[in-house]
Design a binder for this molecule. Structure first.
Ligand code: 173
Length: 320
């Protein structure tokens, strides 16, 4: 299904969602990441959980990945109700929630954020600015890295052209890189053509995408925490029964427990990267400090510039 036929069918299905709301309801889901790859897997497990445990109450029809809705348009699609539930990172909807970058600056887990009230702040911001319910959060315990086709010896990125999203922009710009923003689907060919010297990406997933073939180095240490969010259109959410909402929230808590496996998966993934011939460039001492302090300071400075009071509120509850 392409994006146009998908949109054309959406209005009818939205009506169907509302009409059926007292009985079993089926939500249409789309993932910003290719189905079967790292950042869709947790969402797919959640969909399976809901379809197994929500019989007669709520079901999710997983329509597809980036081929169904382009990743940078998925935020709009769930905001307007073209999609009922989306699996997407805040870096793909920066115009809708401009302070969304704070989410990957978090140093605590979603379970801690639900405890200390930070989740409620982020949910409110998503409702008010994007018309979505912030249902669940994947990615805790996994950082981001810079991957390169040529070596560097210090945290000086001047002269390098690096593929980014908003996640890495403030940090890599501060360290002197030229930046090119692309969706994940364009990274492989940009590497192949040599139009970029490297890219930002989390610790997991590059082998799924075949990017190891075009990657020579991974720079350590990692920085930040991945955020991949399950978002439900707010009108759809408000039209559900208490039982349907409770079932989705139960599934969300179940999915968020999966984040605890990331430490182990990271280690296995790093081994696979090494086996694929990717060398590690590890900054130590002052270089490591520059790397991580620039990540944190440039990251928060960018959020503060957008909304200083909200940045202060979020920093207080997202960091230790
Ligand atoms: O690099 C990216 O495309 C990006 O921002 C991201 C964020 C979370 C998970 C995977 C990728």
């Amino acid at each position: 299904m392409n994006f146009r036929t998908f949109c054309a069918g959406a209005l009818l299905s939205t009506i169907a969602v509302q009409a059926a709301h007292a009985e079993e309801v089926t939500l249409r889901g789309v993932s910003a990441f290719a189905l079967g790859t790292t950042f869709s897997r947790e969402f797919e497990s959640f969909v399976d959980w809901v379809n197994e445990n929500g019989k007669g109450v709520v079901q999710i029809n997983l329509i597809g990945g980036p081929e169904a809705v382009p990743p940078f348009e998925l935020g709009n699609a769930v905001s307007t109700g073209v999609v009922d539930i989306a699996n997407v990172t805040s870096a793909f909807y920066p115009t809708l929630v401009p302070t969304g970058d704070a989410m990957h600056l978090a140093e605590n887990t979603i379970q801690e954020q639900r405890e200390n009230g930070c989740y409620d702040v982020l949910d409110r911001v998503h409702r008010e600015q994007m018309n979505v319910k912030y249902l669940a959060h994947a990615g805790d315990g996994m950082g981001f890295h810079l991957y390169l086709t040529k070596p560097i010896t210090s945290p000086d990125l001047s002269g390098l052209t690096i593929r980014t999203t908003p996640v890495y922009r403030a940090m890599f710009a501060e360290l002197g890189a030229n930046l090119v923003r692309t969706a994940p689907g364009e990274v492989y060919s940009a590497l192949e053509r040599g139009t970029i010297d490297g890219y930002g990406w989390p610790g997991q997933g590059i082998l799924d995408l075949g990017w190891d073939e075009q990657t020579k180095y991974r720079v350590d240490p990692s920085f930040y925490n991945v955020d991949v969010n399950f978002l439900v259109n707010l009108d759809v959410w408000n039209g559900l029964t208490d039982e349907q909402r409770a079932k989705l929230e139960e599934g969300a808590a179940w999915a968020e427990e999966l984040n605890a496996k990331n430490a182990e998966i990271n280690a296995a993934e790093y081994e696979k990267q090494a086996a694929a011939g990717i060398e590690t460039i590890t900054f130590e001492g002052a270089d490591a400090e520059t790397w991580l302090n620039t990540a944190r300071d440039a990251g928060w400075a960018a959020v503060e510039e957008i909304d200083a009071p909200l940045a202060k509120e979020l920093r207080a509850c997202l960091t230790n």
